[in-house]
Design a binder for this molecule. Structure first.
Ligand code: NAD
Length: 451
């Protein structure tokens, strides 16, 4: 299956496209990248990544210096007869609630127009099940006659994307032609994990199932956290004991505000839509989507109660998770919008994501900061959203000294409750027992084995 040292064309240099291109170049392939965004291409030609992702800047520079990575806005210029063309363009949910495939269609049409020989088109984008039957019917594809579509869904997580590329749990390749699938799998030779060779529809459904399962876990534990609130139980204690059972596993079970970001909500909506198209009702998946929105509102209501009659709030952390500047569908922005709509002044802070957030959210009562103390100064409530590691080492006495009212709402346990209370803060942590009650006993210790 080993198929290294190949020439590859990558269409789309976003989080998936660039990380994959940089990783493939590091494996020894030569990757020509194409994107319709001229500014992005110019930056990449100069070795500047368009987003924050640990490990990318170094490997990008290395690939460029080794002449294994190149960037062009012109697809025809980037094409030099490569047998392998990857598509990693966006697939958002459109206004009609269905997956907007316009970027995929445009990319595929462009590829069909430029290629002049048999070509394997590897779809890295997350696409609806059975989309290849539609792609195959595009006039340009029929006219070209050179394209074979292969599904190779992506499982990277932003913030650890480069690490994920080099340590896949599984590489999934789906097509009607087993030989072609093996060829594509061979491009990733040496990365470890398992190869799964299957048909395209199965590959596409695996991707949706993976993300909707993770979303279900988040919704589940958030529902449990609401029950915990009513009984003054620390939801994190429940999680600690729950995840000791290997049948449960220990990821995506942190009480939170809900799942946002560029993938989980959209892939959940897309799978529900794929199912509806085939007459399948999805009460569980629909319930997950409903729970997620209801839970966000439940937590926002808590924040508003914590604010009381205060009029100024600091929202600390804007990206949907740490180690990325991606704010797409970040609930931080939803919270800010909610506060602004209620006439509250918001000081928004993030170490890396201000530029990205400002593209989505501008308002006379909204100011951006890259420093926690400056953002928190004079505020009545300090909402810690993204759990950036720097928040954990904050000097809480200094923070207490600059705020109007020491009053923390902690979405993801960025701050120690004990230290916050010691520094004089009123503290409300999601999934924690709040309000100064004594913490009930929760002790974990070893029980020696019989043998
Ligand atoms: P993105 O928005 O970061 O990047 C898409 C890129 O494609 C942009 O740079 C855009 O300019 C470019 N593009 C759009 N149309 C083009 C065209 N016709 N020709 C050339 N370039 C074009 O998107 P992303 O986050 O990398 O996601 C890409 C796909 O991968 C989506 O389907 C997504 O669901 C999936 N995915 C994303 C992640 C993630 O964590 N971001 C993880 C797994 C899978």
């Amino acid at each position: 299956m080993k198929n290294l040292g190949q020439e590859i064309l990558m269409v789309g240099t976003g989080y998936v496209g660039l990380v994959t291109a940089v990783g493939l170049a590091e494996l020894g392939h030569t990757v020509a990248c194409n994107d319709i965004d001229p500014r992005r291409i110019e930056d990449l030609q100069n070795g500047i990544p368009p987003f924050l992702e640990p490990g990318v800047p170094e490997l990008l520079r290395k690939g460029i210096d080794a002449r294994r990575l190149s960037f062009s806005q012109n697809l025809a210029e980037a094409y030099s007869g490569q047998r392998y063309v990857c598509v990693a363009v966006q697939t958002p949910i459109g206004m009609d609630g269905k997956t907007d495939l316009s970027a995929v269609h445009t990319a595929v049409r462009g590829i069909a127009r430029v290629v002049d020989r048999p070509t394997l088109v590897v779809i890295k984008s997350t696409v609806p099940v059975d989309v290849f039957s539609t792609l195959s019917m595009l006039p340009e594809v029929i006219e070209s006659g050179h394209l074979t579509f292969i599904a190779c869904p992506e499982f990277l997580a932003e913030g650890t994307a480069m690490w994920d590329f080099f340590h896949p749990r599984r590489t999934i390749v789906g097509s009607d032609n087993e030989e072609y699938s093996r060829e594509i799998a061979g491009l990733f030779h040496g990365l470890g994990g398992s190869y799964v060779i299957t048909d395209a529809k199965t590959a596409q459904l695996i991707k949706y199932s993976a993300n909707t399962f993770l979303a279900t876990r988040v919704a589940f534990i958030n529902e449990i956290s609401q029950i915990c609130d009513q009984y003054s139980i620390d939801a994190h204690d429940v999680v600690t004991a729950l995840t000791m059972d290997p049948r449960v596993g220990n990821t995506y079970l942190n009480p939170s505000i809900g799942f946002g970001g560029p993938c989980l909500p959209k892939d959940l909506a897309a799978l529900i839509q794929c199912s509806t198209d085939r007459g399948v009702t999805t009460p569980l998946l629909s319930g997950v989507a409903t729970q997620n929105i209801a839970h966000l509102q439940y937590r926002i209501d808590e924040m508003v109660r914590s604010l009381g009659d205060g009029r100024k709030v600091a929202v600390l952390g804007l990206s949907f998770k740490p180690d990325t500047d991606d704010v797409r569908n970040s609930f931080s922005l939803t919270i800010i919008q909610h506060l602004l709509d209620a006439g509250i002044t918001v000081h928004a802070m993030d170490p890396h994501a201000i530029r990205a957030a400002a593209r989505f959210l501008e308002h006379p009562e909204l100011r951006y900061f890259d420093n926690v103390l400056a953002a928190a100064a004079g505020t009545d409530l300090q909402i810690f959203f993204t759990p950036w590691s720097q928040f954990g080492s904050l000097d809480l006495d200094r923070l207490a000294a600059v705020v109007a009212r020491p009053n923390i709402y902690d979405c993801m346990r960025s701050i120690s409750q004990t230290k916050a209370v010691e520094a004089g803060f009123a503290y409300h942590g999601v999934g924690q027992v709040n309000g100064g009650r004594t913490k009930p006993t929760f002790e974990v210790s070893d029980n020696p084995a019989l043998h």
